[in-house]
Structure formats: structure tokens, C-alpha cells
Design a protein around this ligand. Structure first.
Ligand code: CTP
Ligand SMILES: C[C@](O)(CO)[C@H](O)COP(=O)(O)O
Length: 244
């Protein structure tokens, strides 16, 4: 399905059914407020406002359905077409979300609810790359030296010129991703991202260079980073408005 100038549209599965244990907030971090709005509302808003996004499949904890519905209503997120129930691991949650999609094959993005700062330009580059190459993920080059450590002893320094810190969205053709997830479930293959599931079935996955602001809100320090990113983006927005 395309819109103006032939731009391919996409569906997005947003896993938000984790526990947020590393945040140590005593609740799912999706409900932590950033600039007076819940984290998940920031992420949903990005896709709600993207004209190329056809629909959002939100994956939630069963005991948080009402809370999530309230956020969807409060922030007028009209593109949430389905709510799926998450599983014990992220991979299972994503699979449950994918199962809600049907119809002709399409491009599907999987994007962490905990990554509120993804930029629309990167999303569009992922969609275009997937249309051409089959699968695309976003990442950034490693900034630190990386070493393999065992029993607190350095075993090896890894050449970081070939290493990337991988983020989301991760973009695929839906049928290929669903098939790979089904095989992974049948053979109990577990991975921490969807690209790994596709790599496991020997699919080619292309890396798109993103930016360092697309952080995953995971530990308390990330909230400080988030406030700084929000402040910077507000300043960018204000200066753009005054310029024209
Ligand atoms: N069983 C799970 C685990 C994670 N997620 C989602 O996957 C994204 C990335 O996971 P992570 O950052 O690890 O979130 P949590 O699992 O909540 O964090 P923690 O590991 O600290 O509990 C988050 O949006 C999270 O809500 C999910 O939908 N279902
Ligand atoms: C998918 C992901 O965000 C890519 O970096 C990451 O693997 C999620 O890991 P988590 O432990 O589930 O947060």
C-alpha cells in the first residue's frame, strides 16, 4: 500500500509488556512520566503522527490493558488497531503482536515502547531500505573499546570498527518475520532482537545508521538522558518556529 509519491506504508508492532525491572521504579517503565506524559505516550505519538504508518499493534501486560487504553484515549492515538497480550520474554511479546496482522504481505516495523526518541526520517529510511533489501535495522557505531571478559579477566579486545550498537525499529516483510518467529518458537530459539531471529533463518539484514539519541529507557540514568534530549528537541522546535 502506497501513499503520495509512491511511499510504501507500514504497520508497527510496539512491545510494551515488560516489567521494567532494571528501572527499579516498582512499575512498568512505560508509565513513567517524561515531560508530564507517560513514556509509552511519547513513543505512540511518533507513529500516530507519521503519515506512512498504517496501524499500530500495541503489546501490553494483561493487568495493564485498562491503563494503556486510558493513555491511548487521553493522547488520541487513533492508529492502535489491535492490543495483544505480551509473553514472558520480549520475543514472545513481539510474536503475539505479529499474529494480530493479516491480509496481503506488508512491511512491518518492530519498535520498543521504551524508545521514545526515534526520528521519522530514520523510520522512512528503514521502510525504503526494506522495500529494496528485504530487512533493515537501525544502529549506531560503538564509541567505546569493547572487550570480551571471563571471570573478571580480559580475554580479548574486539575490533570495534565492525561493531554496532543495535536499536529499534527493525523492519521486515511481515510474512518472512512471522515464519521465522514460528520456527524459532517451535525450535525454542531465543534472541534479544528480531533481527537475530531473521539471521537465524539465514535472512540478510541491512544496517541503517541512526543516531545516539534513540536511547532505550532502561535504567534510572536513562531518565536523565531523556530529559536532556527532550530539552534539546524543544529548543530545536522553538528555533525552527522563530526562523520561518
Ligand atoms: N516480556 C517482554 C519484555 C519486554 N517487552 C518490551 O520490549 C521492550 C524492550 O525491553 P526492555 O527494555 O528490556 O524492557 P523491560 O523488559 O520492561 O525491562 P527489564 O528487562 O529491565 O525488566 C520494552 O518496550 C518492553 O516493554 C515486552 O513487550 N515483553
Ligand atoms: C531490541 C533491542 O532494543 C535492540 O537493542 C534490545 O535487544 C532489547 O533488549 P532488552 O533486554 O529486551 O531491552
Amino acid at each position: 500500500m502506497r501513499i503520495g509519491e509512491g511511499m510504501m506504508m507500514y504497520s508497527v508492532v510496539i512491545p510494551a509488556a515488560g516489567q521494567g525491572k532494571r528501572m527499579k521504579a516498582g512499575k512498568n517503565k512505560q508509565f513513567i512520566e517524561l515531560d508530564q506524559s507517560p513514556l509509552i505516550a511519547h513513543t505512540l505519538k511518533v507513529f500516530e503522527e507519521d503519515e506512512r504508518c498504517k496501524q499500530i499493534i500495541l503489546v501490553v501486560n494483561e493487568n495493564e490493558i485498562d491503563a494503556m487504553q486510558e493513555i491511548i484515549s487521553t493522547y488520541k492515538i487513533q492508529k492502535v488497531s489491535k492490543i495483544a497480550l505480551g509473553g514472558k520474554e520480549r520475543q514472545q511479546s513481539v510474536f503475539e503482536g505479529l499474529k494480530q496482522l493479516s491480509g496481503p504481505d506488508e512491511i512491518v516495523l518492530v519498535h520498543d515502547g521504551a524508545r521514545p526518541f526515534i526520528r521519522k526520517e530514520i523510520i522512512h529510511e528503514l521502510v525504503t531500505t526494506t522495500e529494496q533489501e528485504g530487512a533493515a535495522i537501525v544502529g549506531v557505531r560503538m564509541k567505546d573499546t569493547v572487550k570480551r571478559v571471563m571471570n573478571q579477566t580480559v580475554e580479548e579486545t574486539i575490533d570495534r570498527s565492525e561493531l554496532w550498537s543495535v536499536q529499534t525499529p527493525q523492519a521486515f516483510w511481515r510474512d518472512a518475520l512471522l515464519t521465522a518467529h514460528k520456527q524459532a518458537e517451535d525450535q525454542q530459539f531465543q534472541a534479544t532482537d528480531d533481527a537475530s531471529v531473521m539471521e537465524w533463518v539465514r535472512a540478510r539484514v541491512v544496517m541503517v545508521e541512526g543516531d545516539y539519541s534513540n536511547v532505550k529507557i532502561t535504567t534510572p540514568e536513562d531518565l536523565l538522558m531523556a530529559e536532556a534530549i527532550l530539552r534539546k528537541r524543544r529548543m530545536e522546535h522553538d528555533s525552527n518556529r522563530t526562523r520561518f
